[in-house]
Design a protein around this ligand. Sequence first.
Ligand code: SAM
Length: 227
Amino acid sequence: MSDDKAGILYLVATPIGNLGDISARALATLRQVSAVVCEDTRVTAKLLQHYDIKQLTLSFHHHSSEAVSGALIVRLKAGESLAYVSDAGTPGIADPGGKLVAAAANAGVRVIPIPGPSAVTTALSVAGLPTQRYLFLGFPPHKKGRQTFFKEVAFCPYAVVFYESTHRITKTLTGLAKLIPLRQLVVGRELTKHFETIYRGTSGAVLEQLVHTSTKGEFVIIVAPSK
Ligand code: SAM
């Protein structure tokens, strides 16, 4: 049951690169709330400035203490409505949004999603692989659990989608080339941005194309299902 006197926590999806990819409802919500809670206030400041939205910004990130979420819940319970935005895309998908939603839901605060872009769905839409079913795994672990992660990728009967950073893309594709050399992959780099590139082929072929273009940027990897 939600508390009728409390405000609302809106989870607002924002662009993953191209600032034009924001909905009218998202902009209206960002304008209407008492404050915008951000994963990084400096990142969100650029978006707010672009749309001439003058708003109070508050911070909530992976390392925020319970005292920080507690203070946000106090505001909500007192009747203020807040919007939460992550650095890019849909809050709650591999970012701190989920922690705030859990705290709000436990406190009986109504949570409303304002849907929009996400790197997962953007990459899946152009994959052209069998994606009626897919498994999303977030980021691969750096050390502990890394082997188990890639075994799950190799044997999954569904397409597997995961994120990778510029620092580890080469290492990850090299590992996949050893483990599943013949499997088809789609890799989306810098989706919706100036250097957007979609690579298709085996891990080895994608790696070669990447090295010839650039390994800089943000990446989504989609691995075709295991037969
Ligand atoms: N919540 C976000 C979403 O809905 O997409 C994802 C947050 S996660 C912390 C950030 C990761 O998403 C990046 O490291 C990258 O792997 C992926 N990503 C975000 N924007 C991207 C883009 N424009 N192109 C490719 N990958 C992107």
